[in-house]
Design a protein around this ligand. Structure first.
Ligand SMILES: [Zn+2]
Length: 231
């Protein structure tokens, strides 16, 4: 089973420290949101949050109007929900295993870092990237995933998911995954591409992949980089 200790062995991308610092900050903000909800008797604890309430707005620590994310429609009429924002184009599908137990974590992340918003329901283009809030590793041939926004983790039980993450980590494209899939199944490139693009689309819709262009965020200063990730 995936746990915090095993995920600490991951070092698969440049800029990991910077992204981790940001993820940790989001985690702290999320904790404050959870605490605010617990201490607010007006908020039914067992109910899935419909939106960020006024009491939760202390989560934002930047100037400017607050974003108001909310739980939207079912995706294509299926069992999965979509989260959206009243104030920007942010949208993604809620993954049953990674997000459903903590939709408030997704909301808090978006309120804290609205500039990183992507409409994940649009068709994707390459190059793609693995978001900084996603930690992943090869767990005996399966893709082990953790989304730091919610703390959810999951093993993806198909070979294609791991091939896709390896491919995108290498060069931002799906070419490597398509070649791997064609070789593994002994099929031509075209049907292999159909499989890979279909599965990559699902990962993208759930915010587990993102466009490769990095959002504009401030880099941590040198003096802020003293402690190790593994402290
Ligand atoms: Zn927004």
């Amino acid at each position: 089973m995936l746990d915090s200790a095993s995920m600490d062995g991951i070092s698969n991308a440049e800029g990991q420290e910077a992204r981790w610092r940001k993820a940790l900050k989001v985690g702290r903000i999320r904790q404050r949101v959870v605490e605010a909800r617990i201490t607010d008797p007006g908020q039914p604890a067992a109910e899935l949050p419909r939106s960020i309430s006024d009491s939760d707005r202390l989560a934002g620590d930047s100037a400017g109007p607050q974003h108001r994310p909310f739980l939207g429609e079912r995706f294509e009429g299926g069992p999965e929900s979509v989260v959206r924002c009243h104030d920007c184009a942010w949208a993604q599908v809620v993954d049953e295993d990674l997000h459903e137990d903590d939709v408030a974590g997704l909301f808090a992340w978006h309120v804290a870092l609205p500039a990183e918003a992507v409409d994940h329901l649009l068709l994707f283009n390459v190059p793609l990237a693995i978001p900084y809030y996603i930690r992943w590793e090869d767990n005996n041939g399966l893709l082990a995933l953790r989304d730091e926004r919610t703390g959810g983790y999951h093993l993806r039980f198909n070979h294609e998911c791991l091939a896709i993450f390896n491919s995108i980590a290498a060069d931002g494209t799906l070419d490597g995954a398509i070649a791997t899939e064609a070789r593994r199944l002994g099929i031509a490139r075209r049907p292999a591409m159909n499989d890979i693009v279909f599965i990559a689309s699902d990962l993208y819709r759930k915010g587990l992949l993102r466009p490769a262009s990095e959002p504009k965020v401030a880099s941590p200063s040198r003096s802020d980089r003293s402690s190790s990730l593994r402290d």
